[in-house]
Design a binder for this molecule. Sequence first.
Ligand code: ADP
Ligand code: AMP
Length: 216
Amino acid sequence: MAKFYVLIGPPGAGKGTQAKIIAEKYNLVHISSGDLFRENLKNQTELGKLAQGFMTRGELVPDDVTIGMVRERISRPDCKNGALLDGFPRTPAQADALAVMLKEFGSKVELVPLIDVPAKDLIERLSGRWTCKEGHVFHEKFNPPQKAGICDIDGSELYQREDDKKATVENRIKVYTEQTAPLIEYYGNRKLLVKIDGTKPIDAVTKELLSAIEKV
Ligand code: ADP
Ligand code: AMP
């Protein structure tokens, strides 16, 4: 049966960083809703144009739009063995929709690791974040690329995200607390949540995550 995992945590917790490592290890597709929106934005699709304002303000894109986009992605053949979801769901309504769509595909969420990092660390994480167009993530202090401005993995250029500016980050953290943090109780009640200490170095966080996944 296909296995689906959901990574949750505040912006800057390390979801994208860990998702890339874990997805490769288990040969799972990595689905980042933020990356899907950025791809649409770059290609100036209708979806991208619709999402742009919300993203720039650090708000959530409306549920119906987001759910439709992820549903389309999950229904592609490369997800037949499952996927690692990063940044989706972000509201209880999205979580309900995910449960329904996975049921249709004869599957379910296996585990929801929460990468826990206190708000005080997030601004430093995000203001030093550098990303490539494939979504490989670096940090100028905590995980610097070998050559400044160049992705170690595919040699492409690194850039800083528009929405990683301090004012936008503050709003994204507020939005997380108000709209996404309720998922902690949501998945806790369903016995799917496992808390991971995201303040440790990247490889220590990976170890904790792998051990949680191996247990299910
Ligand atoms: P998210 O996807 O949750 O928003 P990222 O994976 O993009 O977070 O990580 C945010 C920033 O923090 C990146 O610059 C990344 O290199 C850095 N980072 C990720 N994990 C850690 C960690 N365990 N310790 C220090 N910095 C980290
Ligand atoms: P991320 O790359 O996960 O930090 O997401 C970047 C931005 O994309 C967010 O601030 C939102 O505007 C939008 N976004 C990503 N995922 C979702 C989601 N599941 N629901 C609503 N908006 C989202």
